[in-house]
Design a protein around this ligand. Structure first.
Ligand code: AMP
Length: 299
């Protein structure tokens, strides 16, 4: 039998927005710092690295698990997106998260709700161009989660670099009282960026998927050697993708870290971002080039 003290130490799962807000209000009232990690579940080490960082910087850690229908296009994978709540819950318990916020879709989107949060222009770049409406869904759900949870800190992965730039802009444009903390990309041993969507890959596709990372490494090598012309670097990256017939390129771009607008050279630093389909699975990855022409993986 667990005694009361142990029970208190256990993580709690909350599905009601009102209850989550009441808990968060109490946390803030007691002067504790609340760290928040938004996720869609199917947790892997990438997510858990965010939770660990949140744990080290916050008194109370809230992790949301919500597969947000509004950020999926009509032909995308909303219904088959992996849902592994029991396992996620055990992983979060082991990381000493305090609360899981796991609302049902109806709890987040009441019938008749018609309000959206749109960060114009920047939301149409990179993934926003290939996935119309995607970032509007992201910024709407993240705004709602910020309103419900009122975090002091919110933790996001550099894996979704465009999302980071858009959320930062939203927080600045709309005066959200939250500090955004960005955590590095966590990779498999061979370099593939961890993603909940990697489970869609067959063993053969899993090997082919490494081409995204390889294309970024080619760019990094050239940048390390002093090449700073973005067009040449993009051509080199695209060539690597082209050498893998199983991969279908969506975009390969070199853009400003915060603006997501294309840059001509990388002298002052840039984000190198790639998206490609392997089979029907869309994968993304990126590296940040730092101004001197050197590159940093996942940073
Ligand atoms: P998702 O569940 O895909 O919405 O991701 C939730 C959060 O985890 C986002 O901030 C992602 O950027 C982050 N994340 C996903 N994969 C990784 C990874 N491989 N490394 C670091 N962060 C990640």
């Amino acid at each position: 039998m667990l005694n009361a003290k142990v029970l208190n130490a256990l993580m709690r799962t909350i599905s009601s927005a009102a209850e989550m807000t009441a808990v968060s209000r109490e946390v803030r009232r007691s002067g504790k710092r609340l760290g928040f990690v938004p996720t869609m579940g199917a947790l892997h080490q990438g997510h858990l690295s965010l939770v660990r960082t949140a744990r080290s910087q916050s008194d109370i850690v809230v992790v949301s698990i919500f597969v947000n229908p509004k950020q999926f296009g009509p032909t995308e994978d909303f219904s088959r997106y992996p849902r592994t709540f029991e396992q996620d819950s055990a992983l979060l318990q082991a990381e000493k998260a305090d609360y899981i916020f796991a609302p049902l879709v109806e709890e987040m989107y009441a019938p008749g709700a018609t309000s959206w949060v749109t960060v114009e222009e920047i939301s149409e770049r990179l993934d926003g161009r290939s996935r119309p409406g995607h970032f509007r869904g992201v910024t709407t759900v993240v705004s709602k989660l910020f309103n419900i949870i009122q975090p002091d800190l919110a933790f996001f992965g550099q894996k979704d670099a465009a999302q980071v730039a858009i959320i930062r802009k939203m927080v600045s444009d709309l005066n959200f009282d939250v500090r955004i903390v960005v955590c590095p990309i966590v990779r498999e041993q061979d370099g593939l960026a961890m993603s909940s969507r990697n489970v869609y890959l067959t063993p053969e596709q899993r090997k082919q998927a490494i081409v995204l990372y390889r294309s970024l490494m080619r760019v990094q090598t050239l940048a390390d050697q002093g090449e700073s012309d973005a067009a040449k670097l993009i051509a080199a990256g695209k060539q690597v993708i082209g050498e893998q017939p199983a991969a279908r390129l969506d975009y390969f771009e070199i853009v400003g870290n915060n603006t997501l607008e294309p840059v001509n050279d990388i002298a002052r630093g840039a984000l190198v971002a790639v998206a490609a389909y392997v089979g029907s699975t869309r994968l993304i990855d990126n590296i940040v080039l730092i101004g001197t022409g050197r590159a940093r993986v996942g940073g």
